[in-house]
Design a protein around this ligand. Structure first.
Ligand SMILES: Cc1cc2nc3c(=O)[nH]c(=O)nc-3n(C[C@H](O)[C@H](O)[C@H](O)COP(=O)(O)OP(=O)(O)OC[C@H]3O[C@@H](n4cnc5c(N)ncnc54)[C@H](O)[C@@H]3O)c2cc1C
Length: 396
């Protein structure tokens, strides 16, 4: 073992030296996204969150397009062709600002664009992907229905052939970006099994009323999709897939981004708690000087940086074409659960200030309640891992 002349200093922001794993290009991409959130999100997010809106979402989408964040790891059609690790780093920075911003990017890139890129015809790709990559067209992804969430196989939305056309009827629920989308990727039953449809949202019979009164992901547009005899041409169907494996493979890609993103929310909360602990005084000294506070900080740092290391490991496997869906479940289950715990513990360090929107902690914690549920609930990922470990299917 080499004996170093001098050890690098301890870095509280990167105690394990994980940045050593990153290339100069990785670091540049991370800095670009971090800089964008510092200018365009962080000064306003508390206000947007309080009002329950994401004003200027179209402008934000264009700016995200201009920094290459939309469909970032896809190749061609105006997409950045970044590595999975680079995409993950971007998700982490976006979610360090707010899970709503990361959701906008995930749904656009990993769900709507990914579906078209992977399963679409050349014509569909040419028509939609360049404008989605630039942020000129926002996309949404309609899988969940009012009565079918974790178990989408029983979805009721139906596309029926009428001559060469398709006629789409049904309702989707909890759809991110729905009301602002120009294109919706909608999954529906057909006589041949579940198929995906690329639906321009100005199609007659299509509407997307916004869902209000959310106490989580408040700076994110969430909507119903209502399809009432929406007539689509024969080439609206995604030709490359039939069955649930279509939407599930898109979800696996989006979940991968969440593995990183959740650690962004956790990092932001941890940093707020660490700073507070060093400056807030009680009983005559900084609360960070008490052993109980240090135990909290140390335990949070362990889970935060273990989680980032895990995300990095999964990213490398994805770049090597070796990432299995069970491994994505492993990462999503662990990192979102640990992130929410870090937010809750950070909240205790901030005392009463922890519940204020002056600090990001409670906002992240409430956001993560959605992140815990969407893209597969905790229980679904436990069942995925349970099945992989035992060979026994406990879903039914
Ligand atoms: C803010 C937000 C944005 C969203 N965006 C989108 C989007 O863009 N597109 C989209 O299609 N969907 C979206 N969703 C929907 C999300 O994917 C679903 O909420 C999720 O799949 C869970 O479905 P559900 O809410 O119907 O819960 P249910 O499936 O009804 O589950 C309720 C509870 O029962 C548990 N459960 C269910 N089955 C089992 C079982 N077999 N064993 C043990 N426990 C079980 C679940 O784990 C959960 O705890 C979004 C949701 C939210 C909150």
């Amino acid at each position: 073992m080499p004996v170093p002349a001098k050890l690098p200093p301890f870095d509280a922001g990167d105690p394990l030296g994980i940045d050593d794993l990153l290339s100069p290009e990785d670091l540049a991409i991370r800095d670009t996204v971090r800089g964008w959130t510092a200018d365009r999100v962080l000064p306003y997010i508390a206000d947007w969150y309080e009002k329950g809106e994401l004003p200027g979402i179209r402008e934000l989408a264009r700016e995200l397009g201009s920094i290459g964040a939309l469909g970032m790891s896809l190749e061609g059609y105006g997409c950045a062709g970044a590595t999975a690790v680079q995409y993950g780093l971007a998700c982490l920075e976006l979610e360090a600002a707010d899970s709503g911003i990361r959701s906008l990017v995930s749904v656009q890139g990993s769900l709507a664009m990914y579906a078209i890129h992977r399963f679409g015809s050349e014509e569909q790709k040419q028509r939609w992907l360049p404008s989605m990559a630039a942020g000129g067209t926002i996309g949404c992804f309609g899988l969940t229905e009012p009565d079918h969430g974790s178990d989408p196989a029983g979805m009721r939305t139906y596309a029926k052939k009428d001559g060469t056309d398709w006629v789409l009827n049904g309702r989707k629920m909890w759809i991110t970006n729905g009301s602002v989308a120009g294109v919706a990727v909608v999954w529906a039953q057909t006589d041949e099994g579940i198929r995906g449809f690329v639906v321009p949202t100005d199609s007659p019979g299509f509407s997307a009323p916004e869902i209000r009164h959310k106490w989580s992901l408040r700076a994110s547009v969430t909507s119903e999709l209502v399809m009432d005899d929406v007539r689509l041409p024969a080439d609206a169907v995604l030709p490359g897939v039939t069955g649930l494996k279509g939407p599930l493979s898109c979800l696996s890609h989006a979940r991968y981004g969440i593995v990183w993103g959740a650690m962004g929310a956790a990092r932001s909360s941890f940093e707020a708690a660490l700073e507070y602990a060093k400056t807030r005084e009680q009983f005559g000294k900084a609360i960070g000087g008490f052993q109980l506070t240090q135990a909290k900080l140390a335990d949070m740092a362990l889970e935060l940086h273990k989680g980032i290391l895990l995300a990095h490991h999964l990213g490398r496997r994805l770049d090597a074409g070796k990432l299995r869906p069970e491994q994505v479940s492993f990462g999503k289950l662990n990192n979102v659960r640990e992130a929410i715990e870090i937010c809750r513990t950070s909240r205790t360090i901030l005392g009463a200030n922890g519940i204020s929107l002056e600090y990001p902690v409670m906002r992240h914690a409430t956001n993560l309640e959605s992140v815990l549920t969407y893209e597969g609930t905790v229980e679904m990922h436990q069942l995925v891992l349970g099945k992989a470990l035992t060979g026994l299917d406990a879903f039914r």
